[in-house]
Structures are given as C-alpha cells and as structure tokens.
Ligand binder design. Structure first.
Ligand code: UDP
Ligand code: MG
Length: 141
C-alpha cells in the first residue's frame, strides 16, 4: 500500500551535519520526499508531539532534548513507507539496532537517536498535520 509517514531528524542529527546523509539513505531506499522543513520545537510542542509517552520516565528528558535545537521534519512516501522507514531507522537503542540502519550508524544513545519515524498509520495521520498543511504535501511528479 502506498503510504506517507512523518520523519524527523532530531537535534543531534542536525547539530552533527547529518541532514543530507540521513535523507540520502531514505532516498536510496526509494522513499520520496513529499514535504520538508527545518524548524525548532518549543518545550510545549515537544510535549504535545510525544503526548503518548507522557507517563513514561523518559518523557521529561526527551521533550527537553527535542526542544534543545533545530530539527528537520519531512513526509516520506512509498510502498509500506511506515514499516520500511522503521526498518531503515533501526531499533530505538542504537546498541540493539541492526548493522546499516541509521540509528546504528549515527545515534549517540537511546535518547539522542538521530531520527523519528511514525510507528503506525494512526500515528502518521496525527503526526503529518502536526508539521504540514495539506498544501505543503506535494506529490513527486
Ligand atoms: N526514549 C528514551 N528512552 C527510552 C525510550 C525512548 O529517551 O528508554 C526516547 C527516544 O528518543 C525515542 C523516543 O523517546 O526515540 C520515543 O520512544 P519510542 O519508544 O516511541 O521509540 P521510537 O519509536 O522512536 O523508536
Ligand atoms: Mg515511537
């Protein structure tokens, strides 16, 4: 199924000049960029984005970290894009991520793990409009 998913390059990725490398990996895997922006989340925005984790012990640190510097948000499109992006990113903890995945290649630790990708169609449906209006989602050709 042709799907769209929301990806972020987290502050550690932007800070270490990895924007191009991360996008290249997705493009080389056949995913298309349908929307793209660099922005910075406020603490409140980070808390809203990660609201599903509000009871988790890492919520406070995570939302402070996610609002600590610029991020890049994008919408990627492709066949089974949601699951494929999750596979290309690798496990949350880079120590557990498979060889060749973005997190294995670049993540600093379990929190500063370079990328976010929607985990389900329901999440993508909420996360895409968090960053992009309908008019900003442009088909590739
Ligand atoms: N996170 C963390 N500590 C944990 C688990 C998660 O700091 O023990 C952070 C990490 O940045 C992760 C984000 O919270 O990417 C969201 O967690 P989730 O379990 O949804 O992982 P993901 O879907 O990003 O792999
Ligand atoms: Mg998640």
């Amino acid at each position: 199924m042709l799907e769209r998913t929301l990806v972020m390059i987290k502050p550690d990725g932007v800070q270490r000049n990895l924007i191009g490398k991360v996008i290249s990996i997705f493009e080389e895997n056949g995913l298309k960029v349908v929307a793209l922006k660099k922005t910075k989340l406020s603490k409140e925005q980070a808390k809203a984005f990660y609201i599903v984790h509000k009871e988790r012990p890492f919520y406070e640190d995570l939302t402070t970290y996610m609002s600590s510097g610029p991020i890049v948000a994008m919408v990627l499109e492709g066949e089974n894009a949601i699951q494929r992006v999750r596979e290309i990113m690798g496990a949350t903890d880079p120590k557990e991520a498979k060889e060749g995945t973005i997190r294995r290649l670049f993540a600093i630790d379990k929190e500063k793990n370079t990328v976010h990708g929607s985990d389900s169609p329901e999440s993508a449906k909420k996360e895409i409009p968090f960053f992009f209006s309908e008019q900003e989602l442009l088909d590739v050709a």
